[in-house]
Write a protein that binds this ligand. Structure first.
Ligand SMILES: Cc1cc2nc3c(=O)[nH]c(=O)nc-3n(C[C@H](O)[C@H](O)[C@H](O)COP(=O)(O)O)c2cc1C
Length: 134
């Protein structure tokens, strides 16, 4: 199983409503393809983990690269693992700023949500910790 974590910035016309609708579709697709993961969005930036078969993850990555709803994709890291971290979610979603800042501060000492600056272990830990509020 391949796990990939990346960060990106939402495009100008994208807000919580657009992201909510996009996710409803994504969860359906992910279920069909056996993709699990977690996504955090603060209204400006995304941090997302996607887990699944390598070919399926690579195909989604191609779609993500072409998706104009976000830009400035930055790869925090990739790893192969026998077990899924987010097995219970076809895409868990957290957009609660207060919780995001709290966990950012606990992990990095800085509460500003700048996911592109996170190293892979910290990015993974932040997504993992935030999954507990789902
Ligand atoms: C931040 C962000 C996260 C996304 N996450 C997913 C996802 O987890 N799964 C997914 O299928 N599409 C996701 N998408 C949408 C894809 O880029 C693409 O629009 C979608 O896979 C197309 O689906 P379809 O052509 O199979 O209908 C995401 C888009 C953005 C901007």
């Amino acid at each position: 199983m391949k796990r990939l974590i990346y960060s990106s910035c939402s495009s100008e016309n994208v807000d919580f409503n657009v992201v909510g609708e996009m996710l409803t579709h994504a969860v359906k697709r992910n279920k069909e393809k056996g993709i699990t993961g977690m996504m955090v969005y603060d209204g400006h930036r995304f941090l997302q983990c996607i887990e699944g078969d390598e070919t399926v993850i690579d195909a989604l990555l191609e779609k993500l690269r072409e998706d104009t709803r976000h830009h400035s994709l930055h790869f925090n890291g990739i790893e192969f693992d026998e077990n899924r971290l987010f097995a219970n979610w076809n895409m868990g979603y957290v957009n609660n700023s207060k919780e995001i800042h709290k966990i950012m501060h606990a992990v990095t000492g800085n509460e500003i949500f700048s996911p592109e600056t996170l190293n892979y272990p910290d990015a993974k830990l932040i997504l993992w910790e935030l999954s507990f509020i789902l």
